[in-house]
Ligand binder design. Structure first.
Ligand SMILES: [Ca+2]
Ligand SMILES: [Ca+2]
Ligand SMILES: [Ca+2]
Ligand SMILES: [Ca+2]
Length: 533
């Protein structure tokens, strides 16, 4: 009985400490449309509060739940929501004065939701400053649609939860802070961080991932540096156009490592294309293509928009090619529209560039012509997009067909290692009656002078399949093949094909092993072993 009274008194004291002094957050539009904190998890301390749904009044007092954290440690957390575009903030009333200051140190986390599969999830990091005095505090977690929640929120869609946190002393080995990444390329970057406040006897470890799921204490590091003074390391072998997340931790002694730091994130750049490149505009362009809506080829394009859009080539269907609509009227002034390709390294051979193009009336497959000062130009830059030369101009005097026309241009005189191409279009200053659409498709950059080793590589690639075969044997590439002979194990020619085809019919052959001898047009021979079932 006494014990119950004591517990009751403690509960009373606790409710006096918290509920009577803290504002109750509210959200005028509530959280019934999914703008709630549904599940809230801190995996590194095994805290998991799941399926909490939308609390009555969009506020859940969960201060009966205690979470044990330590000063000086960063805790990755995740929150699920039932609707996207949520902004999450977490505050802890470290001075126990009944109010949450919406700034550090009491603001311990800010994060935004992402769509992952069908789930709206916020991944964040709750960082307890090393200077926090161990003790018991109230923590408030707020989410709000499209807007920062505030501790005493009143407006918008969202929800808030309150919890109790018990903060313990800082560990002896604290993580480094402020990881940052610089000198980002398509395949690498430089990682730096601020030294740990602990004595770092060994060095630092880092973890690089394409997932923002935080590493745990037992996660194998990607790499390490030795010595407390080394606060930077190169990152290499990264994939282009990829988001990376990087964490750092201190190795204080051979047996003591800190928790992981907050992550830093970066995206690698587009690679410079060095292979033969073909792009058919399925799904439009990738992010390694650029648009620009200002400037002419006499200068440098700028802006990030343009009137180049995906549509069906020559208005057949709605997908798989790019077009620009050139028109003007009293309300539409002159516009400049650029579509810029990725960069190519053309220093390794004689290349050519090819594509298909055509011109139609707006939203029609009928033929058309460009207005008096309308212009479409195919241009090249050998300095990565700063200065441009015109390779081809289509204007009012050009008879551009409404059927597909192939274009090709030899790049033998353009060996730039950072070459870009662009399609530039303008409706000009004159308000013409023409309302036309210029289309491009099948953009290709190819090496026209294959080196001997590359020729050999292609030859080496010739294969026969299936193997073993039954009645028909397929040859993967007969473009360089003059004749095909089928030779048995005794060396006797069983069959010859003087006009080789990719499918050769060998139904009458007895079972056993055969040599398929390819007499190449260049005089060489290739032999493939094939087994008849
Ligand atoms: Ca909830
Ligand atoms: Ca406070
Ligand atoms: Ca296409
Ligand atoms: Ca015009």
């Amino acid at each position: 009985m006494k014990k119950n009274l004591l517990v009751g008194a403690a509960a009373l004291f606790s409710s006096f400490l918290y509920s009577q002094t803290y504002c109750t957050p509210s959200f005028a539009s509530g959280c019934t449309y999914g703008d709630q904190i549904d599940s809230f998890q801190i995996p590194s301390v095994a805290f998991s509060h799941t399926d909490t749904v939308c609390s009555t009044g969009a506020y859940g007092d969960f201060t009966s739940q205690s979470i044990n954290l330590n000063a000086g440690v960063n805790y990755p957390f995740q929150i699920t929501h039932g609707f996207g575009d949520q902004i999450v903030k977490i505050w802890i009333d470290f001075d126990n004065n009944g109010t949450f200051t919406d700034a550090a140190p009491e603001l311990v986390a800010t994060a935004s939701s992402i769509l992952q599969g069908n789930d709206n999830i916020t991944y964040g990091n709750l960082s307890i400053p090393a200077t926090v005095t161990p003790g018991t505090y109230r923590m408030r977690v707020g989410d709000r649609y499209s807007t920062d929640p505030i501790p005493c929120n009143t407006d918008g869609y969202g929800e808030a939860h309150d919890y109790t946190v018990v903060v313990g002393a800082a560990p002896s080995c604290i993580a480094p802070t402020a990881p940052t990444v610089s000198a980002i390329t398509a395949s690498g970057a430089t990682l730096s961080w601020t030294a740990s406040s602990s004595a770092v006897g060994v060095g630092y470890e880092y973890y690089v991932s394409t997932s923002q799921t935080a590493p745990t204490n037992t996660t194998q590091a990607t790499g390490s540096v030795t010595g407390s003074a080394v606060l930077t390391t190169p990152l290499s072998n990264l994939a282009p156009v990829t988001n990376y997340y990087v964490w750092v931790r201190s190795v204080c002694t051979a047996t003591t490592k800190s928790s992981w730091s907050v992550p830093t994130t970066f995206k690698t750049l587009c690679a410079i294309e060095v292979q033969n490149y073909t792009f058919d505009f399925t799904g439009g362009v990738t992010e390694c293509w650029q648009r620009a809506d200002a400037g002419t080829p006499a200068g440098t394009p700028s802006g990030s928009d343009s009137n180049w859009y995906e549509d069906g080539f020559l208005n057949n269907g709605y997908e798989g090619a790019m077009k620009v609509n050139l028109y003007s009227n009293a309300w539409v002034g002159r516009f400049d529209s650029w579509l810029i390709t990725p960069a190519f390294n053309l220093s390794g051979g004689a290349y050519q560039v090819k594509f298909d193009y055509g011109l139609t009336q707006y939203n029609s497959t009928d033929p058309s012509s460009l207005g008096s000062d309308d212009l479409v130009q195919f241009v090249i830059s050998q300095d990565g997009g700063t200065t441009w030369n015109v390779l081809q101009t289509w204007d009012a005097s050009s008879a551009v067909s409404n059927t597909s026309t192939p274009y090709s241009f030899s790049l033998a005189n353009y060996p730039g290692a950072n070459t870009k191409f662009a399609f530039y279009a303008t409706n000009g200053d004159v308000v013409d009656q023409n309302d036309t659409e210029f289309f491009i498709d099948n953009f290709t950059v190819e090496n026209t002078t294959l080196s001997t080793s590359e020729t050999n590589k292609i030859k080496d690639k010739i294969q026969a399949y299936p193997n073993p075969f039954a009645d028909v044997l397929n040859i993967t590439d007969i473009s360089g093949v003059q004749t095909i002979s089928v030779v048995d194990v005794s060396g006797k020619i069983i069959k010859s094909f003087n006009k080789p085809e990719t499918r050769i019919y060998l139904a009458g052959l007895p079972s056993g092993m055969y040599m398929i001898v390819l007499q190449m047009k260049d005089g060489s021979k290739q032999t493939i072993k094939a087994i008849k079932k």
